[in-house]
Design a binder for this molecule. Structure first.
Ligand code: PLP
Length: 371
């Protein structure tokens, strides 16, 4: 087969399923045999195992990462009109915050990591601010100790958005264990993904965990004893059972992602693409391997011709979307985020890649610049 006919996908669900299919089928079968489909023993089991994995006392399974953010904010008592600082370049985090009723206070990010820093978020904080959403973007840890100290000093809640960072380390601790409360997404493409939607909220604070449980289902403490107008945001038993099976593999998969990222880093050191990562703070998990690429659109065309699938995360910063125009920000307000939306490019970086796939990506990128 000619090299160009060979395709390297951005993710490879089929191959992953072939790798862990037996365990997934057993998990699904267990649920079907139990005859209990929503909020049962599998969800409880996953919550315990996931809390232990992250190194926190409590995990609460919910329906998505978006809901995890909304319910976490509600559990903290964030209400209509309160300010929450959100990095301007992380499109998918915005919706969960907006649904809580909070006002998004956008902050720019560091040009090196595209993550929030104390310096960038400090510019967004004002007297309305109650909380900061620190997103470990692409699986790269934020300098969370610095951000946490800042929040403590200012009396702000810290919420970690770990949707792209299951298993990433800041120092020797997993991200998600630093905030007052932290949120995860198990959307299928995530580095721990369900076979459908799912999410979790984790915390060391028992009362906060209890509140998330109330908000997750009609505000009920006991069945039909509603204490607040809660959501319906439950994690299915089938997804929880699948996540329990996949959680056992996530460290090995993260390790593979890191090895591919290291290889790309070395291969691309002499060409004009700049990887967006920082290995100095801990261990990233490379949910995505992102580079800043001058002349991105032409490079995308070239890579597609060479059989390499790519993505752009994200083509618009939050303030330039129609949905969030009402926030009143303008072009030019967040220059690093705006530039990133024009330059960032995600290359295939997933545990099912073979040597030939990695070679093909490397060759395809390098050949663009040697033309
Ligand atoms: C950083 C981040 N936050 C939040 C979300 C929302 O998660 P979900 O798609 O599960 O609602 C995502 C997923 O795209 C994400 O990447």
């Amino acid at each position: 087969m000619a090299a160009q006919e060979r395709r390297v996908p951005l993710v490879n669900f089929n191959k992953e399923y072939r790798e862990v299919g037996d365990e997934i089928r057993q998990a699904i079968d267990r649920v079907c045999e139990s005859g209990w489909y929503v909020l049962g023993e599998e969800v409880k089991g996953f919550e315990q195992e996931f809390a232990e994995y992250i190194g926190v006392d409590h995990a609460v399974g919910v329906a998505s990462g978006t809901d995890a953010i909304t319910l976490a904010l509600k559990a903290l008592g964030i209400k209509e009109g309160d300010g929450v600082v959100v990095p301007a370049n992380v499109y998918p985090s915005a919706f969960g915050v907006a649904h809580s009723g909070a006002i998004l206070q956008l902050a720019d990010v560091s040009p090196d990591t595209l993550n929030l820093t104390v310096r960038t978020l400090g510019k967004a904080v004002n007297e309305e601010t109650r909380a900061v959403l620190a997103v470990h973007l692409y699986g790269n840890p934020v300098n969370i100790k610095e951000v946490s100290d800042y929040c403590k000093n200012k009396g702000l809640f810290l919420i970690e958005d770990c949707a792209q960072a299951t298993g990433a380390l800041y120092g020797v601790k997993k991200v998600g264990s630093f905030g007052d409360i932290s949120c995860f997404s198990f959307y299928p493409t995530k580095n721990l993904g369900a076979l459908g939607d799912g999410g979790a909220v984790v915390t060391n604070n028992e009362q906060l965990a209890e509140k998330v449980r109330l908000w997750r289902m009609y505000g009920e403490k006991e069945r039909y004893e509603s204490q607040l107008v809660g959501h319906n945001s439950r994690l299915d038993e089938i997804q929880a059972a699948i996540l329990r099976a996949k959680l056992k593999h996530v460290d090995k998969w993260n390790h593979k992602r890191r090895a591919i990222a290291e290889r790309y880093g070395n291969e691309f050191s002499k060409i004009p693409v700049t990887p967006v990562h920082d290995t100095s703070l801990g261990k990233a998990v490379y949910h995505l391997f992102v580079v800043r690429a001058p002349d991105r659109e032409r490079l995308v065309g070239h890579l597609r011709e060479k059989g390499v699938a790519v993505g752009v995360h994200y083509p618009q910063p939050i303030h330039l979307t129609k949905s969030f125009a009402h926030l009143g920000y303008r072009l030019g307000d967040f220059p690093v985020s705006e530039e990133a939306s024009r330059l960032v490019l995600s290359l295939p970086c997933h545990p099912q890649m073979e040597e030939a796939d990695i070679e093909q990506v490397v060759e395809a990128v390098k050949s663009f610049y040697s033309k």
